[in-house]
Design a protein around this ligand. Structure first.
Ligand code: ATP
Ligand code: MG
Ligand code: MG
Ligand code: MG
Length: 572
């Protein structure tokens, strides 16, 4: 393509609202322009990058056996009401009415649409497993659109959905998708990490992973272990702690320092669940089934003792706390769950979301208990009476904490969530009553998985990671062109002829070449070339007459003078 035939409106300066390096250079290189907050136009170069990323995704997903389709962006509101997501999304959902006053929404994702399709079209277990994907524009009325394409209100997403007869099939397909995501992101040249994640508004019980591009401007914080590779998003509301046994007695239990009378109301972290929220989630006062909450020396909840029937109330606690599981740590055993706190024997650990933190930091100073007069226990010996180890992922982890898996050291990093995969289970198939017939004639509710990649966000994340102080530096797979061919002087006929000849040769080899045929000063051309960030540059200059050109890699200092043939060889 000739640069005189493609609109590349570069800017010398960034606009004031450019919030990050990547955003600034996407604007300055003329790749994107804002129409409204979180709503962008892709100019030809930007669109080429977006299309390259989409092509990588298509290739890898087709390879994984996922079939491409296209669903409507316009969704009848009933669909979202059936799943309950109408409420979950709240103001984030773009809502509208048609001329007959029927309610619609612009799709934030498509679990409901695909599930209703599967319900209609798939009737037998023999038709499963099945997996679909689409690359389509999504709409979310984000409260804070940010950094250009990073958080848009209209953005391009790849969303995939799979349906299975059983979890075994879902689990193995989930691994296939996990691997496909890794290939996609690596091919896009991204530095990223797959991390354990919370399911968010998509929901589902079965597990979920996010793919985080490392970046200081990322909104998510991830804990990464340098030794074993363990990584989790701190958003994941889970805490797993182990009550260590000191000597023969379980610490903190029989030593007179349990918080028998702790007032649950006083132990909550703003933003997490309060006792009222727990009560609301259960439809009854949580205090009627939570008897006592035990805390560790860091003030984190380690155990909840329930009243009455253990099995019934354990389920209630789990539900109220939104915990995936209440699990005993290795070797742990609860002898009498409902009884007095002395019923603990051996190391105990529970998987709970964090109920407390700051307020009970007092424990560190030897005071244990609530912020209520006479409910404190004084003289506690943290480390002796309450010696607990964290053994799993936890929301309030900090830089330097011990890794829950291996005793390595955790470091905190910021990440941009570029992809997210979920095991949904029956979350959507059940409310939509999407059933298939089994071999024995009984009906079966399929389990599903869903998988998303923010295609436009991925473009922004690559731009964030791949730029320097002069502009963008696209990885080869996603670059708008492979070669930027620059005759230094458009007035020099020989240079122009030579550039034209090279252009034809490269195009003949099937390469994507941008020929800067503009009548601009060399400085302007080179500055623009740096901004745009095409990986290979061939400069046709003074030595053109002798058959030599210069080859340069974007991001490298050196320029090499080579023959025409060698130049072609270098860039292929
Ligand atoms: P976030 O936590 O950043 O709000 P999300 O968890 O709400 O994202 P998902 O529902 O998991 O997003 O959607 C799948 C993928 O779509 C995300 O992993 C992300 O890459 C992308 N995505 C989500 N919201 C946006 C947005 N507003 N702009 C661009 N991409 C987005
Ligand atoms: Mg979101
Ligand atoms: Mg998220
Ligand atoms: Mg997500």
């Amino acid at each position: 393509m000739r640069q005189t035939q493609i609109a590349v409106p570069t800017w010398r300066e960034a606009s004031a609202d450019a919030e990050s390096g990547g955003h600034r250079y996407l604007l300055r290189s003329g790749m994107i322009r804002q129409l409204a907050a979180g709503v962008y136009t892709y100019l030809p170069l930007g669109f080429r990058v977006l299309s390259k990323i989409s092509a990588v995704i298509r290739q890898e997903l087709n390879h994984a056996g996922v079939q491409e389709m296209l669903m409507p962006a316009l969704q009848p509101a009933e669909l979202l009401k059936t799943s309950g997501r109408d409420e979950v999304y709240g103001h984030e959902l773009f809502r509208l009415k048609d001329r007959h006053h029927r309610e619609f929404a612009l799709g934030p994702t498509h679990e409901e649409v695909i599930t209703s399709l599967v319900k209609q079209e798939i009737s037998s277990y023999r038709q499963l497993p099945v997996a679909f994907f689409q690359i389509q524009t999504k709409f979310r009325d984000e409260p804070r659109p940010r950094s250009g394409l990073l958080r848009g209100r209209e953005f391009l997403m790849m969303d995939a959905y799979s349906f299975h007869n059983d979890y075994e099939s879902l689990d193995s397909f989930y691994e296939v998708m996990h691997a496909a995501y890794e290939r996609i992101l690596s091919r896009c040249g991204l530095e990223y990490r797959g991390v354990e994640a919370d399911a968010g508004a998509i929901g589902g019980e079965g597990g979920s992973h996010e793919f985080m591009a490392f970046s200081d401007i990322g909104e998510d914080t991830i804990a990464v272990c340098g030794s074993c590779g363990y990584a989790a998003n701190l958003e994941k509301a889970e805490v797993r702690l182990r009550l260590a046994q000191n000597g023969s007695e379980p610490a903190g239990i029989n030593s007179g320092t349990n918080i028998e009378n702790a007032v649950p109301e006083r132990f909550h972290t703003p933003g997490l669940r309060t006792i009222e929220e727990l009560s609301a989630a259960c439809g009854e006062p949580a205090s009627s089934f939570i008897k006592t909450i035990l805390f560790n020396a860091d003030g984190a909840a380690i155990a909840v003792l329930v009243r009455g029937d253990r099995e019934v109330n354990e389920i209630k606690v789990k539900h109220a706390l939104g915990a995936q599981e209440l699990r005993l740590a290795d070797g742990g055993e609860i002898v009498d769950w409902t009884g007095a706190s002395s019923g603990f024997s051996g190391p105990v650990g529970l998987t709970l979301p964090l109920l407390v933190d700051r307020e009970v930091a007092l424990m560190r100073r030897g005071i244990v208990g609530a912020n209520e007069t006479d409910y404190h226990l004084r003289g506690v010996r943290p480390g002796k009476d309450f010696s607990l180890e964290r053994t799993g992922d936890f929301r309030n982890a900090a830089e330097g904490d011990a890794c829950p898996r291996c005793h390595g050291v955790l470091s905190m990093q910021h990440g941009i969530e570029v992809g997210h995969i979920f095991k949904l289970g029956e979350k959507y198939t059940s409310p939509f009553n999407a059933q298939v017939l089994r071999a024995d004639g009984q009906s079966l509710t399929p389990v599903a998985g869903c998988y998303g990649i923010g295609v436009s966000r991925l473009m922004a994340a690559v731009a964030e990671q791949c730029h320097d102080e002069h502009g963008l530096n696209w990885p080869e797979e996603v670059a708008p062109f492979r070669v930027h061919l620059i005759p230094v002087s458009a007035k020099d006929e020989l240079q122009m002829q030579m550039a034209e000849k090279l252009y034809q040769v490269l195009i003949g080899l099937g390469m994507e070449v941008l020929l800067d045929d503009r009548e601009e000063r060399p400085g302007v051309k080179f500055n623009d070339a740096d901004l745009i960030g095409i990986p290979w540059r061939i400069i046709v200059g003074k030595k053109a007459g002798e058959g030599y050109v210069e080859v340069k890699r974007r991001g490298m200092q050196e320029t090499e003078t080579v023959s025409l043939e060698e130049a072609v060889r270098r860039v292929t």
